[in-house]
Design a protein around this ligand. Structure first.
Ligand code: IMP
Length: 190
């Protein structure tokens, strides 16, 4: 299926992951998770806002077709400011609404870059007595491979560049793109 045109297309230098590739990979990841959790009564998907919102919505629906029933929870943490480099500071902006003790938690992440956010989050979830904690991340940058964050399910390994789209933003824009791409250099000069 060809990409439908959107307002953002003129700002994009090149596509890193197409909407079709995201769809196919999401289904593949959901099948893997479903197979691994076939014995579980249910799983609790934890989405880290805002970047993972598109992936959470699509992944949850795909998992619904293959796997155990899923509960959905949302957290918001801050790691990046307005710019494009990690601050290393993690702050909870929105906490879990419910107790996760004894639950099989699967963190649904948009992208693992330095892994700082994720390693902090995993410790936090484990401290709240989850029965198990796994991570499914749509994208992973090379930096993340160096950090010892256990990301069991990874969609795509991408180059070490700042990407936008499918939930990922630059200064709160481009989240509404259906694919992932790299911005033209002039966009940063505006
Ligand atoms: P980390 O702590 O460096 O792994 O970064 C985690 C978060 O930073 C991700 O969940 C994203 O929200 C954001 N992030 C990292 N890389 C990018 C990028 O290339 N584009 C947009 N956001 C990013």
């Amino acid at each position: 299926m060809a990409e439908l045109p959107g307002w953002y297309d003129n700002d994009i230098d090149r596509v890193i992951v197409s909407a079709d590739d995201i769809r196919a990979k999401t289904e593949e990841l959901a099948k893997q998770v479903a197979a691994d959790y076939a014995q579980a009564d249910s799983v609790l998907l934890v989405c880290v806002l805002k970047g993972a919102v598109m992936f959470m919505a699509d992944f949850a629906r795909a998992l619904g077709r293959f796997g155990p029933p899923a509960e959905l929870e949302f957290m918001a943490v801050s790691s990046y400011g307005q710019g494009t480099t990690s601050s290393g500071v993690v702050r909870i902006l929105k906490d879990l609404d419910r107790d996760i003790a004894g639950k099989h938690v699967i963190v649904v992440e948009d992208i693992v870059d330095s892994g700082l956010t994720l390693s902090w989050l995993l410790k936090y979830l484990q401290s709240r007595s989850a029965a198990s904690v796994d991570v499914v991340a749509l994208l992973r940058k090379p930096e993340a491979v160096k950090v010892t964050v256990p990301v069991k399910y990874v969609g795509f390994d991408i180059p070490s560049e700042f990407v936008v789209g499918y939930g990922l933003d630059y200064a709160e824009r481009y989240r509404d793109m259906p694919y992932v791409g790299v911005l033209k250099p002039e966009v940063y000069q505006r």
